[in-house]
Write a protein that binds this ligand. Structure first.
Ligand SMILES: Nc1ncnc2c1ncn2[C@@H]1O[C@H](COP(=O)(O)OP(=O)(O)OP(=O)(O)O)[C@@H](O)[C@H]1O
Ligand SMILES: [Mg+2]
Length: 408
């Protein structure tokens, strides 16, 4: 058996992390500002699977001082990191942050010693006689938020010499079905803390781009608190670094090298279109099928189409949902079929109408709905030209979705 270093389904750890140098550098500057009394919050957004959580994981390590920035700076923040789920309400989120707070504080002996006098107040959520578990049921969200903020202020005041400050990181902020009210939460916490003359506190929010709109709905002027980072696909050299970092890690664990020729590396890099989740999947499946420790383009092709290979996996994880669940209408699927049959290029609405035989308004409605759901993209600067969101999705439609359609 061979250890496969690629990670199509989970966050990449900092040792295998490639690219994002600009974003990391910019966010390190924000941490430095906060540490020095200029509170700086950030919002990282981008498409599904573009690498937001992996970047946050890296920043988390920087903020805690586990990784040092290149310029010799070093951080020692208390980081409270939570990840939201579909059913989380506003109250759940405040409670989640409070619980994580508790955990982080209890784990840190140095802080524990510093907070000796206020320890009970900080870690005891039996506020107003209400038991810890019941806090959520019996208190208003406003009271909980106020309490959380007061505790944060106490910790910040007491740990001025031990800590650089506190950051709250909220990942998967787009997940809750109901608006998680992060605009109100961010605005209230930062302003109230600020009013006490404390500035070394910040918030990091991470989610797909729609999260910005949700924050705005929650509190119009909350948007001003953040600096924004939109993650784009990785560039070609970065994609190759991901493959190389993986093969280096494999060499170490397997005590033997798996080599890859330039041809195979280029194909994986190109097919991925810079989306790290595609990249990891193609590299993973290719590594799996290789038997002679020399990865060639034949391995890449086999890894793509073999049973349970890359296309199948991506299908189950993403495409199936996009094609069968997010789209209810057979007519809409017909449009995607026509688009898939064209090479990876933009096609006009006129062509779609001609080749599907559908009415103009049906096509227009389909385009609007699919663009909103991130299933197709619009050509920048040109009206009426569209293509599928990725070539991987296109190839999947041509192979898998067609096969399923025929079976039905
Ligand atoms: N910079 C990177 N270098 C190498 N691999 C990466 C990088 N960023 C992400 N990945 C890989 O890409 C995949 C998706 O990453 P991640 O989960 O961080 O994305 P995400 O944007 O948080 O996704 P989601 O929208 O589903 O929350 C994972 O398999 C991860 O290992
Ligand atoms: Mg994520």
């Amino acid at each position: 058996m061979k250890y496969n270093p690629f990670k199509p389904g989970s966050i990449v750890h900092p040792g295998m992390f490639a690219g994002r140098l600009t974003e990391i550098h910019e966010i390190e500057k924000l941490l430095f500002q906060t540490k020095n009394g200029n509170s700086s919050s950030f919002l990282i957004h981008g498409e599904r699977g573009i690498g937001k959580s992996s970047l946050l994981f890296y920043i988390n390590a920087v903020a805690k001082g586990e990784i040092s920035p290149d310029d010799g700076a070093n951080f020692n923040f208390l980081v409270i990191s939570v990840s939201l789920e579909p059913h989380d309400t506003y109250k759940d989120i405040i409670y989640k942050i409070a619980r994580e707070y508790d955990r982080e504080l209890k784990k840190n002996e140095k802080i524990k010693a510093t907070l000796k006098e206020v320890w009970e107040f900080i870690t005891n959520w039996e506020i107003m006689g209400v038991k810890y578990q019941k806090v959520k049921e019996e208190l208003d969200a406003e009271v909980m938020l106020e309490e959380l903020t007061e505790k944060t202020i106490s910790v910040l005041e007491k740990t001025n010499n031990t800590l650089d400050g506190i950051y709250i990181f909220i990942d998967e902020a787009d997940k809750p079905f109901s608006n998680p009210n992060l605009g109100v939460l961010s605005k209230y916490m930062t302003e109230r803390i600020h009013k006490k003359g404390i500035q070394n506190f910040g918030i990091g929010i991470i989610g797909i781009s729609s999260v910005i709109e949700k924050i705005k709905e929650s509190h119009e002027s909350a948007l001003r608190i953040f600096s924004y980072y939109n993650l784009e696909p990785l560039n070609l050299p970065e994609r190759k670094i991901v493959i190389e970092l993986g093969l280096d890690a494999a060499k170490e664990k397997n005590d033997k090298e798996t080599a890859i020729n330039e041809d195979a590396k280029n194909i994986i890099a190109r097919w991925s279109e810079g989306y790290p989740h595609f990249l990891q999947q193609y590299a993973y499946s290719t590594f799996e099928v290789d038997i002679d420790d020399k990865i060639t383009k034949e391995d890449v092709f086999r890894g793509l189409i073999m049973e349970n290979g890359a296309l199948h996996q991506l299908g189950v994880r993403y495409f199936d949902n996009m094609y069968f669940k997010e789209i209810y209408s057979e007519d809409y699927r017909k449009i995607l079929q026509v688009m898939a049959a064209h090479d990876d290029e933009y096609i006009s609405k006129k062509t779609i109408i001609a080749q599907t035989g559908l009415k103009e308004y049906t096509v227009q409605n389909a385009i609007t709905a699919c663009a909103k759901k991130g299933i197709l993209s619009l050509k920048p600067g040109r009206r009426g030209m569209y293509k599928l969101i990725s070539n991987s999705f296109r190839v999947w439609i041509l192979t898998y979705a067609n096969a399923v359609n025929k079976k039905e």
